[in-house]
Design a protein around this ligand. Structure first.
Ligand SMILES: *Cc1c(COP(=O)(O)O)cnc(C)c1O
Length: 412
């Protein structure tokens, strides 16, 4: 198996420490961003990369250099985005529980802020007063569209904790009007959920959202932005299914934007970074219990929790052809963490690997390293990428070590 021009087995040999690591393709990140830029060509638009999907500084810098904005869910993400060189006035701050300090920071830097609730608006106004700024806000409207995804990542249906109820729209418009020193309404936002595999769902939401834009404009507001959120899925199953592309997404809403003089904001996270990485692991051993076969690897739910957390499927493959005569069998691929939920894949048909063989979890660029923990004192893994020359491997994040953990107790 290769990452661009580099044999993954060679990277495993070259890295200094024998432990799991993430390996990215910088070229794939470029291709993913370019696909959005191409789809949006000719429109007024902002691609806001959702930093929570992967907060590696080098990846942020690369996306920023290609023209991306950033979509943020915490004050620390804002600080990191600024460190990566993003223009904060082209960033969007989201969240259902933003804190006053985070809002003040965002206000000072002219970040666009999404209003999520009554109390959120009240607090945004307070932040505006304290920072001495008129904050540009978008209303996060809950369009009540079912994204047909795992309930943990569905965010735009009626009973979700995110966004305002559309029956309350009139109240929000009045409040914004009466707090014009602190806030200026510039747009509407929705975010339906993640891993969405049908672009018709985005169209259903966009139909409702342009309706809101027209209505809000008729109430005398100047609306500049329509923000459709993120959520486009990727082909985790590697079944060659015809997965929608950014162009498919944009094409399905294009006619709704025509003639409305709107800047279109889209907030992809997963679809920009997920397929640009693998988690590279080594086989520790193979065992059987009852009627189950297990491949035990050195990676675990601490490095990559999506399968344990959502039952998510990520494709798993050996990096090199198996030994001649290796028997194919059905395995659970599991880590060494003391939890039965510690699995990377269930019921996978694979050739029986040898001890030490390389085995990758695919599509590990989004919500994998960003969700990694140090559970069982498995310190967070290093990250590398293959440069755009297709052959140079560069470390883009150091491994964490026990010393990093011990530092928290210094001087106590
Ligand atoms: C998480 C999130 C995104 C990105 O979602 P993806 O599924 O990774 O594209 C975009 N917008 C908001 C508000 C989010 O919370």
């Amino acid at each position: 198996m290769f990452c661009e021009g580099v044999k993954i087995e060679d990277v495993m040999t070259a890295v200094e420490e024998k432990r799991p690591f993430y390996l990215y393709s910088k070229s794939q990140l470029t291709r993913n961003y370019a696909a959005y830029a191409r789809a949006l060509q000719g429109m007024e638009y902002m691609v806001g990369y959702a930093v929570k999907a992967n907060n590696n500084l080098k990846i942020l810098e690369h996306l920023r250099a290609m023209g991306s904005s950033a979509v943020l869910v915490s004050g620390n993400e804002l600080k990191l985005a600024m460190k990566a060189g993003f223009d904060p006035s082209r960033c969007v701050f989201n969240g259902n529980g933003k804190l006053l300090d985070e809002l003040i920071l965002a206000a000072k830097h002219n970040v666009l802020i999404n209003v999520d609730s009554e109390f959120d608006l009240e607090q945004i106004c307070e932040a505006g007063r304290i920072a001495g700024k008129q904050i540009k806000v978008l209303l996060r409207i809950n369009p009540d569209v079912d994204p047909q995804v795992h309930p943990y990542i569905a965010t735009g249906n009626k009973n979700s904790k995110f966004g305002i109820r559309n029956e309350r729209l009139g109240w929000f418009l009045e409040q914004v009007k009466s707090h014009s020193d602190e806030v200026k309404l510039v747009g509407v936002h929705c975010h339906l959920g993640s891993t969405i595999s049908k672009v018709s769902i985005f169209r259903d939401a966009a139909v409702l959202m342009v309706g809101y834009v027209d209505h809000i404009r008729s109430e005398g507001f100047e609306i500049q932005y329509l923000n459709i959120g993120g959520g486009l899925g990727i082909d985790y199953h590697h079944e060659g299914a015809n997965y929608p592309t950014p162009t498919d997404l944009v094409n399905t809403v294009h006619d709704l934007l025509a003639g409305r003089d709107l800047t279109f904001i889209i907030e992809p996270g997963r679809s920009l970074v997920a397929n640009a990485a693998v988690l590279v692991n080594r086989v520790t051993g193979v065992k059987s219990n009852g009627n189950k076969n297990f491949i035990v690897i050195d990676g675990s739910m601490s490095e990559l929790i999506r399968p344990s957390l959502y039952g998510a499927y990520q494709h798993i493959e050996l990096v090199s052809p198996p030994a001649a005569g290796a028997k194919r069998a059905t395995f659970d691929v599991v880590g060494p963490v003391c939890e039965s939920s510690d699995f990377l894949g269930k019921d996978r048909e694979l050739p029986t690997p040898e001890k030490g063989a390389g085995i990758v979890v695919h599509d590990a660029g989004a919500y994998c390293m960003a969700m990694a923990s140090t559970y069982n004192l498995r310190m967070r893994p290093p990250e590398y990428w293959v440069e755009e020359d297709g052959k140079t491997v560069t470390k883009i994040r150091h491994a964490e070590n026990l010393d990093d953990h011990l530092r928290y107790f210094d001087g106590l």
